[in-house]
Design a protein around this ligand. Sequence first.
Ligand code: SF4
Length: 420
Amino acid sequence: MNERRKTRQVRVGDDRVGVVPIGGDAPVSVQTMTSGYTHDVDACVAEIHKLAAAGADIVRVAVPEKKDTEALAEILPQVKVPIVADVHFHFQRALEAIEAGVHKIRLNPGNIQDREQVGKVIDACKERGLPIRVGVNEGSIIERRDKQKRMKELGGVFSGAKHGHFLAIMIAKLEEYLEIFYERDFYDVTISAKSPDPTLVIDAYTEISKRFDHPLHLGVTHAGPRETGAIRSVAPLAHLLASGIGDTIRISYANDPVFEVEDGLELLYCLELRERKGVDLIACPTCGRIQVDLFTLVQEVREKLAAEIELPIKVAVMGCIVNGPGEAEGADVAIFAGDRRGIIYVQGQKVANVPEEEILDRLLEECRKFEDRVRSGEVKLGEKVVEILPPDPIGELGSGFEKIAQGQVEKMTPLTIDKG
Ligand code: SF4
């Protein structure tokens, strides 16, 4: 992991909803966008509540029509998270959203270009201390022949790059657009340069980070369904974040935006860019040595623990004794299966050996008890108490690994799982 690049911090929010800093030394924040109509006030408020409850730091809403910006006046007093108005084509929507009390504006240089109009939005934001995101999506840079001279120069710089043409357009567009902001002495700007092409996203943000000190809003636009969009998004975002680039992220799926928030947070937790909230669950992928119905067990454990446990307890759910003891050693609470039973450890100490049907309840009980002990100060997270003795796959205790090595594991009959 590289050190995070220093950027000029902007602040989004107010005293009522709280202020989320972006850039500087602030933690990387997670954003998302509502999927319904903003003018459907009750549904919009309900969706914003849902996204904030899932952990979104900032929520963006689309305001394509006047009825949407009018709705903002009703929506904003009801929500408790900073709201960004996403503006395209009509600069008046930005002015109306600002008037309604929105916390940030997103402008697209590809479709609001008139300097006077952009200047009016900047002046209104400056008056109220609101930041603006300049988002140069690849797909909406429609003015492809502008700034010919600068593009030619940049084209030379990027001639060796796979996406040299797009990089040149994006950077020329940003330079041209930001001139309007700097002329007005306005620097509360964040930048995004999204594309559905993950390699272009990496190249674009890398180049932009060398040229501007504004916080960067990372994202892969139109990433598709969650099943494929997760990898499409996380691959470039993880690369950039690990390189120290990126101050706020939005993962975008053709799905419920709650998943965008959950996956964005998980990415930041995995890179240790945010302090984890809730359980850190690891589980084995299963194989021919599986001893219980692990897929069902893991899903049930995940859902129950997400609902009940607030502390970042590390929980391991393992299918057999091959990797079970090793993972259990590194976990606060662990179960590994053997002969259709579950052996449960808490910080390296064996606390139970239960039949398969009792594993879930007992594991949950141990997690709850462990969380209480952490809260009371009796134990600390991540503290290993004793080393785990590998259990005997056949009996209670013994040299399980030796027996595996000697091929004496006939009694560990693999479980046949009907995977549909
Ligand atoms: S823990 Fe056991 S069942 Fe799970 S993947 Fe490893 S060897 Fe296979």
